[in-house]
Design a protein around this ligand. Structure first.
Ligand SMILES: [Zn+2]
Length: 208
């Protein structure tokens, strides 16, 4: 799970991960219980209930993360980024709910491995997306016109991609990193990294 040593981001990320896992586990269990004959109980945690709950959790958490990063929600760039996040959240919620309903994570397919193992690996991608939002928010136009420098620090992943290694330790202005993000989509967890950002546990550290 992505951790950045940031006192604001890490608790949000931990809670997000735990809540998503609880939802997914409930959806997987509801599917396995197979009690459609019990009146009033069938579909109590249906595919659409799970999809909706996951989408709402992701939307609320992503919005809070973007706000807490200091990004100016009324700025056109941030607005567009937020819209894109909503599209991604809705599409991904649909996909994970469909996969759970289709039994991808049911006991028989896991050969006695813990139910959570596979779905947790998938939820890690969601947590990485939240890291992407946080780091872009830190360098995006902010409401309070704060200006600060940020240092790129690599995390605990054993293998770092070349983009991250090349940036490790660099201290640059917020504006510099923002330009790199706009032009090349390069920032911690950013899609422009050589690794695509999915295994990246880099972070920006504010240097004031
Ligand atoms: Zn990285």
């Amino acid at each position: 799970m992505l951790q950045t040593n940031d006192p604001i981001f890490d608790p949000i990320s931990r809670q997000y991960h735990a809540d998503m896992l609880a939802l997914a586990t409930a959806a997987i269990n509801a599917r396995t219980e197979r009690r459609p004959k019990v009146a009033g109980r069938s579909g109590r945690f249906s595919q659409s209930t799970y999809r909706q709950a996951q989408a709402e959790l992701a939307t609320a958490t992503t919005h809070a993360t973007l706000l807490l990063s200091g990004a100016d929600m009324s700025h056109s760039f941030v607005k567009e980024f937020w819209k894109e996040q909503q599209r991604i959240i809705n599409a991904s919620s649909w996909k994970i709910a469909r996969d759970v309903a289709n039994g991808r994570y049911s006991f028989d397919k896991l050969k006695n491995r813990p139910v959570t193992e596979l779905v947790e690996a998938r939820l890690d991608l969601w947590t990485h997306s939240l890291g992407r939002v946080w780091h872009l928010g830190l360098i995006a136009p902010s409401a309070k016109k704060f200006t600060y420098q940020l240092q790129w620090l690599i995390g605990k992943t054993e293998k770092h991609c070349n983009t991250c290694l090349g940036n490790n330790g660099r201290i640059k202005s917020k504006q510099f990193w923002f330009q790199l993000a706009i032009k090349k989509k390069i920032y911690p967890q950013g899609p422009g990294l050589e690794c695509g950002g999915w295994r990246c546990d880099c972070r920006f550290k504010k240097v004031i």
